[in-house]
Structures are given as structure tokens and as C-alpha cells.
Write a protein that binds this ligand. Structure first.
Ligand code: TXA
Ligand code: MG
Length: 332
């Protein structure tokens, strides 16, 4: 199958493909998604096949309004209604009780379903024009970093999907926050673009799924248990200061390794390949996946990054880095 890059003039083509049960990559404000009709089993099968995704990992359904969300759930509890009011459209996926409208493949057989209204004009246009709830996981091959540009999507999925709607680079750069509102208080299963602090300012204290502490606990979001976001080289999270980081890099180089490092602006560290996370946690979120993918284009075999603060979107960035590192942490 040839994958076509679709521009604004040919959105009609993407709408037609989705209505016919094909799968189309679309931009959202977080990362690109691989969209298909959430009620069409054949379409959902195509999503899993194109990504190489394990079938026990449920998909998020994207809607264009709260009204459309009602189509997929038994009810919307008050706490979820307040979150929708505050954060939709936006980077917040809300887990509710499914009413069975979505294909059982979407929910991986669970009795719950994740819903999100994306804050991106092209995604909203596709949902509205098709009249469909669009199941859409991130548009990467399973296990790879999520795509923040159409080039990333094409790299992973070209020839496996019908089309890519090109919306340029995504804004936030890490995936949505997943919050389970079927329990009281609600639990964050995956940190993401909407921060814990923002959520708690609207609905009060929430819990974090214990698996997010990176200890040996099975996560409640099935997707969180897989190795994820991993570059081909070995990534290590480093505790300690810049001189300790430099020493690790020098040692690796001396034993014949090609080294990479992720740095914030103003951090002066020498390595074979350096990738900038910018000057804030927001720019780090935007650039993280592109940096990890860039290392794959080099011969770097050891990547180092200093551990980060969990404040704001830092919680999500740190979670992705530790997962990409497979839990490898080096301490002085
Ligand atoms: O920002 C995003 O969320 C992007 C864009 C495309 O919207 N999508 C995304 O989808 O990241 P995906 O499939 O890569 O991640 C969805 C996460 C997985 O960890 C999955 O296990 C979890 O949400 N999830 C989905 N439905 C669930 C449910 N019913 N219960 C618990 N976790 C669920
Ligand atoms: Mg994903």
C-alpha cells in the first residue's frame, strides 16, 4: 500500500478513507495519532496491525464534543464532567465505563474506555466531517518513540497505512494525561500534557498509579507495562551533577563507545552527539521524541541524560525518559 501525504486541500480524501474503514495518521496537539472508525472492527484491526501493537493494549477514542463522548459511555460522572469542562479540547484522556458502542478491540475487552477531545483543528475537522469517534493510538510502530512530525510517522508506518494528514510539528510533544474516573478519587494512569497540578486545581487531590513510581508494580493502563519510547542505543538516566555526567561520557568514549547526550540550553557537556531539550520543561516535552529518533540516525550506542524534576509537565517527560531507559539509572 502506498502512503500518501495529504495536505489541507485534500482533507475530503482522508474523510472518505476513514468512512471506508481505512486508517489515516492525523496530527493532534500532543503527538500524531493513527485514526480509524472506533465502531468498525476491520478498521481497528488495521490500526493494531500497522503499529504491531499487542491486542491487550486498549485505544483512546477521539471525539469532537462532550455530546459525542456520551455515545460511548454508560454515564459521565460529575468529576469527569468538570474535567471535560476545564480541559477539553486538550491533552486529557478520561477513562469511563464503556457502553459497548466501540469495538471490543478498542477497549481490549475491558469494561472501560478512554475518551479525549483533541485540541487540533485538523483532528477536530476529521472527527466532525466523518461523524465518527476515531480510535487513535500514537502513530508510531509499537515500542518506538511517539511521532511529533509527519516525517516520524512516514518513517515508521509508510506503506502500512492509507494516508498521513500533515499538520507540521505537534505542539505539546508528549502524549495526553490518562486519568481513570471510574474510581474515587480519580487516578492518573499516565502523566502527560495536562499536569497533575492543573487537574488538582479543578477536582482536588488525585492519586498516581503506583506503577508510575517505576517500582515493580503492574500498571493499570495496559500500555504502560510495555517497553516504550526506546531508542536503539542504550539510554541511561544519570543522577548527580554535570561533571559526573561528563565523567561517564568520557569513560564510555575511552572504552570505544559513541556517546550521545540530552542537554538543556547552557549545560556545557561534550559528547559525540548532543541533542538540545531547549530551556524549559515545555521545550523538553516538545523535543524529547525527536531527539531520541535523531540518535537512531547516528552510530551513537550510549545515550546519557540527567534526571529531571517532576514539576508540571516534568512528571510526563521524566516518566518517558525512565521508560525509554528501561529503568537504567546511574548514581554517583
Ligand atoms: O496524546 C495521546 O494520548 C495520543 C494522541 C494520538 O491522542 N494517543 C496515545 O494513544 O498516546 P496510545 O494508544 O499510544 O496510548 C493510550 C494509553 C495506553 O497506555 C493505554 O493502555 C491507555 O491509554 N488506555 C486506553 N484505554 C484504557 C482503559 N480503558 N483503561 C486503562 N488504560 C487505557
Ligand atoms: Mg503510544
Amino acid at each position: 500500500m502506498k502512503t500518501e501525504m495529504i495536505d489541507l486541500q485534500t482533507m475530503d480524501e482522508a474523510v472518505r478513507l476513514l468512512q471506508e474503514g481505512e486508517v489515516v495518521a492525523m496530527p493532534t496537539e500532543t503527538v500524531y495519532g493513527l485514526a480509524g472508525d472506533a465502531t468498525n472492527e476491520a478498521a481497528v484491526r488495521r490500526i493494531f496491525a500497522a503499529k504491531g501493537r499487542p491486542s491487550d493494549n486498549p485505544l483512546i477514542v477521539h471525539v469532537a464534543s462532550v455530546e459525542q463522548a456520551h455515545q460511548f459511555v454508560t454515564h459521565i460522572p460529575d468529576v469527569a464532567a468538570r474535567l471535560m469542562e476545564a480541559f477539553w479540547p486538550g491533552a486529557l484522556t478520561i477513562i469511563l465505563e464503556s457502553n459497548g458502542t466501540a469495538s471490543t478491540l478498542v477497549t481490549a475487552g475491558l469494561d472501560t474506555i478512554g475518551l479525549r477531545m483533541p485540541d487540533h483543528p485538523l483532528a477536530l475537522q476529521l472527527i466532525e466531517a466523518t461523524g465518527l469517534g476515531l480510535a487513535a493510538p500514537s502513530a508510531n510502530r509499537s515500542g518506538k518513540p511517539s511521532p511529533t512530525s509527519s516525517a516520524h510517522v512516514a518513517h515508521d508506518l509508510s506503506g502500512r497505512i492509507a494516508a498521513i494528514v500533515d499538520g507540521g510539528e505537534t505542539g505539546i510533544g508528549v502524549e495526553s494525561t490518562v486519568i481513570d474516573c471510574t474510581m474515587t478519587p480519580p487516578a492518573i494512569l499516565r502523566p502527560g500534557g495536562v499536569t497533575r497540578e492543573q487537574i488538582e486545581s479543578v477536582i482536588g487531590p488525585v492519586t498516581l498509579d503506583p506503577a508510575l513510581s517505576m517500582k515493580d508494580v503492574t500498571p493499570k493502563a495496559p500500555g504502560m507495562k510495555y517497553t516504550h519510547y526506546a531508542p536503539e542505543a542504550t539510554l541511561s538516566v544519570v543522577e548527580g551533577d554535570l561533571s559526573f555526567l561528563q565523567q561517564l561520557i568520557d569513560d564510555a568514549r575511552q572504552t570505544g563507545h559513541k556517546t550521545g547526550v540530552l542537554l538543556f540550553d547552557g549545560e556545557d557537556v561534550d559528547a559525540d552527539v548532543r541533542c538540545s531539550l531547549g530551556n524549559s520543561m515545555e521545550t523538553a516535552a516538545q523535543r524529547l521524541y525527536d531527539c531520541l529518533r535523531r540518535f537512531d540516525q547516528t552510530t551513537v550506542d550510549q545515550i546519557f541524560v540527567r534526571d529531571l524534576s517532576e514539576e508540571g509537565v516534568g512528571l510526563a517527560v521524566r516518566n518517558r525518559l525512565h521508560k525509554a531507559a528501561g529503568g537504567r539509572v546511574i548514581r554517583p
